[in-house]
Ligand binder design. Structure first.
Ligand code: 1PZ
Length: 205
């Protein structure tokens, strides 16, 4: 691809989350579903860079982000997305926008924790950081069979050097972009969690 923009997925992710962070920091606007789902969609290319083993995670994640993108055609803000499901008594219903939002938010946390661990872990292997991030974020919500499948997939991860190459970055440029996502995603994640918590919806389901 000759397009410099699409060739640098880490940059695109970091920039999109910085924009969401700016919206949140302005405190005068609510986060809209469209830019949120767009930012989340930019995370999808990471799966491909992590190898074939994470294809099934990609399929599930992409479907949920797509559902949010569809929702943005008729629902303005993340707030009203939750309110609508509360009114319809469908917050926890399989496939609901609110439920998909919670899952996608977990994906954002997974990427944040993964980047944090990559940044502080010596060596060229991703298995340690990826396993720890999964244990922390998704494993508590996944059944035994899925956890086993994910554990098996961890052996098929590329090396750190290969991942950066797949992302068209070198170690130092990748570090800058990962740090940038870690910083910008924190308030975005907190914002979404607060939407659930202030409505008494909980996060552990
Ligand atoms: C670097 C290593 C990456 C590890 C990624 C670990 C991914 C976990 C595997 C997910 C398999 C997806 C199978 C489907 C799971 C669904 O049961 C649940 C519940 O969904 P629902 O019942 O509401 O329809 N889906 C999820 O838990 C969301 C999974 C999204 C995975 C996103 C991970 C993002 C990590 C990116 C790393 C680059």
């Amino acid at each position: 691809m000759g397009d410099l923009d699409t060739a640098k997925p880490l940059r695109k992710i970091a920039e999109a989350f910085k924009e969401l962070e700016a919206t949140i920091n302005s405190q005068s606007q609510e986060v809209e579903v469209a830019p949120f789902s767009h930012a989340c969609s930019l995370v999808s290319p990471l799966f491909g860079c992590l190898g074939i083993a994470f294809k099934f995670a990609e399929v599930d994640y992409v479907a949920k982000v797509l559902d949010l993108a569809e929702a943005s055609k008729s629902i303005g803000t993340l707030q009203s997305l939750l309110e609508k499901d509360i009114q319809g008594n469908s917050v926890r219903k399989s496939g609901s926008h609110s439920r998909n939002l919670l899952r996608v938010k977990r994906g954002l946390v997974m990427v944040k924790v993964l980047f944090e661990l990559i940044l502080v872990t010596e060596g060229n292997f991703l298995k340690g950081p990826a396993s720890k991030a999964y244990e922390q974020v998704f494993a508590p919500h996944h059944g035994w069979a899925l956890r086993k499948a994910v554990a098996a997939g961890m052996y098929a991860l590329p090396t750190k050097a290969q991942l950066f190459k797949n992302l068209n970055e070198d170690e130092s440029s990748a570090s800058i972009q990962m740090q940038s996502y870690v910083a910008a995603s924190a308030p975005v994640i907190m914002y979404v969690e607060k939407l659930f918590l202030t409505r008494g919806l909980g996060l552990d389901w």
